[in-house]
Design a protein around this ligand. Structure first.
Ligand code: HEC
Length: 206
C-alpha cells in the first residue's frame, strides 16, 4: 500500500469509526474533557479564524498540487486546534509546546495530576503559528508522501498528551510517565523529518 493510500485509508477509517470521538467539536472540547474536567488555562488568547496571508507563488503552487481530499482530511485531523496566532512563528509556538511539555513532566514527577493534565491538554491543543505550520517546512516536503507520516505522529504526540492528561487526573503517574515517553519520541520523529537547520553559526568555518 502506498503512503498516500495508507494516509487516506487511515483517515477514512477514523471518519467511519466515529469522527465525533476522534475530532470532537472544538467549542465543547475546549471547555471540558470526556470526564467533565474543566481546563480553564486553555481559554482562547488568539484569533478564532486564520488570517489570510499573501504567500509566495512557489508555496501556493506546491499547496495546489495536494489533492483536495487530502487537504480535507488534513483539516479534519487538526480540527481541535482553534487558536490562530497572527504573530507567533512556528519556532515560537514550538517553544510554547516545549514549555507545556516540561510543565507536564514536572507535574507528573511531583504527582500533581491537575498541573500535569492542564499543561498536557494545552500542549496537545497548541495554537497555529502565523500562516499555518505548513509555511515553515521545506517546499519539497509539501507533498502527499512526506505528509502521509503525520497522522501517526499526530496520534502519538497529541493523542498521547490527551491520554497523559487522563492518566494524570486518575493519579496513575506510572502509566502517564510511560505514555509521556512515547510523546517525546513522537516530537523527535517529526523533527527528524521536518525540522531543518539547528541555527548553525555561519562564522565557524572549520
Ligand atoms: C508536526 C511535526 C512536529 C511535531 C509533532 C513537533 N514539532 Fe517541534 N518543530 C517542528 C518543526 C518543523 C520545527 C522547525 C520550525 C522552524 O525552524 O521554523 C520545530 C522546532 C521545534 C523547536 C525549536 C527548536 C529550535 O532549535 O529552534 C522546539 C523547541 C520544538 N520543536 C519542540 C517540540 C516538542 C516539545 C514537541 C513534542 C511535544 C514537538 N516539537 C513536536 C515540527 C514538529
Amino acid at each position: 500500500m502506498s503512503m498516500k493510500h495508507k494516509f487516506v485509508s487511515t483517515l477514512t477509517a477514523v471518519a467511519v469509526l466515529g469522527a465525533a470521538a476522534a475530532f470532537p467539536a472544538a467549542a465543547d472540547e475546549a471547555k471540558a474533557s470526556a470526564n467533565g474536567h474543566k481546563y480553564p488555562s486553555i481559554e482562547k488568547t488568539s484569533a478564532d479564524a486564520p488570517r489570510q496571508y499573501k504567500m509566495s507563488p512557489e508555496f501556493q503552487a506546491q499547496i495546489k498540487k495536494l489533492p483536495p481530499e487530502f487537504v480535507q482530511q488534513f483539516k479534519k485531523m487538526t480540527a481541535k486546534h482553534t487558536r490562530y496566532s497572527e504573530d507567533a512563528t512556528a519556532r515560537q509556538v514550538m517553544m510554547e509546546l516545549l514549555s507545556d511539555v516540561q510543565c507536564t513532566t514536572a507535574g507528573l514527577m511531583v504527582e500533581n495530576g491537575e498541573m500535569a493534565a492542564d499543561c498536557a491538554v494545552r500542549a496537545s491543543r497548541h495554537r497555529w503559528p502565523k500562516g499555518h505550520l505548513m509555511a515553515y517546512v521545506k517546499l519539497e516536503q509539501i507533498n502527499v508522501d512526506s505528509l502521509a507520516t503525520l497522522p501517526k505522529i499526530n496520534e502519538q504526540v497529541e493523542g498521547g498528551l490527551e491520554r497523559v492528561a487522563e492518566m494524570a487526573l486518575k493519579k496513575d503517574f506510572v502509566s502517564a510517565g510511560a505514555e509521556m515517553g512515547k510523546v517525546l519520541s513522537g516530537c523527535s520523529s517529526c523533527h527528524n523529518l521536518f525540522r531543518f537547520g539547528k541555527g548553525d553559526s555561519p562564522y565557524i568555518v572549520e
